[in-house]
Design a protein around this ligand. Sequence first.
Ligand SMILES: *Cc1c(COP(=O)(O)O)cnc(C)c1O
Length: 315
Amino acid sequence: MKQFSLNLFSFNVMLPFKIHSPETELYLPAWEKKHVKVTLKRDDLIHPFISGNKWRKLKYNLAEAIRLQKNHLVTFGGAWSNHLLATACAGATFKFRTTAFVRGEEGVNNPVLAMCRLFGMQLIYVERESYRNKENLYKTYFGQDPTTFYIHEGGYGILGAKGCAELVDELQQEYQHIFTACGTGTTLAGIANAIDKRDALTRVHGIPVLKNGGFIQEEVDQLYPNIAPPILHLNYHFGGYAKTTADLLSFVQNFVTNTGIMIEPTYTGKLLYALDDLIKNDYFTPADKILVVHTGGLTGILGMYERFNFIDVHQ
Ligand SMILES: *Cc1c(COP(=O)(O)O)cnc(C)c1O
């Protein structure tokens, strides 16, 4: 125990990483008409590359790696993974080597992977079939290596959820509702657990960005078996992970033009679209205060910009 606190101390010394994530009120005419108050938790401002919930999910993984005296982070992700970029940058910042198993063919390249390499990350490409068995990949490459530390794809896990729970401690006011987008469900689980522990009346909502998002409830149960289940809205996946529709793209375009806050179609676009839809369908009670977590991940838009059919929303 003594050693643990000692290492946490050195972790804090090593990580003079004061995060900045203000709560910003959003004023959109259609939402004001329904008399709800929407506030954005700007986790996207935490860091340009260790962005949003990815910093929160990495924080206690890094602490654990330091405690175990590991200096090499190994993780997994797709070719546009915000988690890979965050891990690469965190590794460079806090003096870890980093390696990622990338789902895809050898030589796949894009701006996100190029930035991962710039941060010194070693990329190992694996085809879909072997990518499925991550433990096995890890064992094959690093089973005998005492320096490596395994981080789940997307930062999934209890250490990740613990970091996400801190978001709730930072809040400046009480909200009736908190909304977040879900990929692995780690962020949602961390928030739901923090709210559950406080006995707060806040309802926690998740917008799964994948098809058949009901599995998110199982992931939350795995992490925290005894908490009040969050509310999942399963109909805002727009066809599946990284799928878009013209409707979603024009929503993103309108939102960004009217607020000056960047969002992207994979996570935060679906999240805010869902919120907008729920508001317009009178899901909320007038005067409800709603917090929406901007989980960052804006480099994702680099792989999608060609999908936008830019329109003049001022007309
Ligand atoms: C990774 C990511 C998520 C998904 O978070 P989970 O904790 O895996 O559910 C949501 N939003 C953005 C922008 C992300 O990059």
